[in-house]
Design a protein around this ligand. Structure first.
Ligand SMILES: NC(=O)c1ccc[n+]([C@@H]2O[C@H](COP(=O)([O-])OP(=O)(O)OC[C@H]3O[C@@H](n4cnc5c(N)ncnc54)[C@H](O)[C@@H]3O)[C@@H](O)[C@H]2O)c1
Length: 256
């Protein structure tokens, strides 16, 4: 088990990639704290907490809106009260409005930045506050994983607020990695390509899927566990001298 006894928070843990990360972490022996605004998976099926209980893992849910500092503050405090420390936070929660420049209202822009960028900022800030109080174990005081996107690097067609927010998370990864490396806090991102989750709208329409298939050199699109396995690596002691990296899990999209 790569994460035996480690304490992990995953945001946006009820659906898709976040659910897969929570499950893979639990399988690897982590105690997982689930932080989402709902417990219902967007794609249907078992709730994350139940799925983890079924495999004999440890998980607790703390309802959290990542865009609210008071929620994120309480999330980390309660995690430490329950489990004694915080080894890993995976900042995964995001929304995706699928609107072009001209269609994007101030309200949509602000909401997208509040969840996708401010939420990651809050998660990182509160985690670093906690991690700085902890002992160094195997060359790490704590690890931060940010789920970015290929759309932080190339354009998200007609989806400006999402693309800008994701691009900000890639910068944040490098900044935190560089500023806190001396404190043994490790910060990396995973940039998924097209991953089949329960997202509806433009993310699931035929044209989008055809484009994604055409752009992806591998003969299939991604599934949530592809991203989760990369997040396990970045959360584990296997990844110690690696920080500030934006690791692509995209079937070769960005390479082609
Ligand atoms: N699916 C893809 O193709 C893809 C590609 C690149 C990047 N990503 C990134 O991966 C991550 C997960 O994507 P997904 O496809 O699994 O999304 P999803 O919509 O299936 O799941 C997102 C989860 O985040 C939760 N959430 C939304 N707002 C929240 C808030 N304010 N506070 C807490 N939780 C909140 C939702 O309830 C949901 O459970 C996101 O960061 C997304 O940008 C996904």
């Amino acid at each position: 088990m790569k994460l035996n006894g480690k304490v992990e928070i995953v945001t946006g843990s009820s659906s898709g990639i976040g659910k897969a990360i929570a499950l893979e972490y639990a399988k690897e022996g982590a105690k997982v704290v689930l932080a989402d605004v709902t417990s219902e998976p967007r794609e249907g099926g078992a709730k994350t907490e139940d799925a983890i209980a079924e495999i004999g893992g440890t998980a607790v849910s703390i309802p959290t809106d990542v865009s609210e500092w008071s929620d994120v503050d309480a999330l980390v405090s309660k995690t430490v009260e329950m489990f004694g420390r915080l080894d890993i936070i995976v900042n995964n929660a995001a929304i995706c409005p699928d609107l072009s420049l001209l269609e994007t209202s101030q309200e949509v822009w602000d909401k997208t930045m509040a969840v996708n960028l401010r939420g990651v900022f809050f998660g990182c800030k509160r985690a670093v506050q906690q991690m700085l109080t902890q002992d160094v174990v195997n060359e790490a005081r704590g690890r931060i994983v940010i789920i970015s996107s290929q759309h932080g690097m190339l354009c998200a067609p007609n989806n400006i607020a999402y693309g800008v927010s994701k691009s900000g998370t890639v910068y944040m990864t490098r900044q935190i990695a560089a500023d806190y490396a001396k404190d043994y806090i490790i910060c990396n991102a995973v940039a998924p390509g097209k991953i089949m989750t329960g997202k509806s709208g433009a993310a699931a329409d035929e044209g989008t899927l055809d484009t994604a298939k055409a752009r992806t050199p591998m003969p299939r699109l991604g599934v949530p566990v592809d991203v989760a396995r990369a997040a396990v690596y970045l959360g584990s002691d296997d990844s110690t001298y690696m920080t500030g990296v934006n690791l692509m899990v995209d079937g070769g999209w960005m390479a082609s």
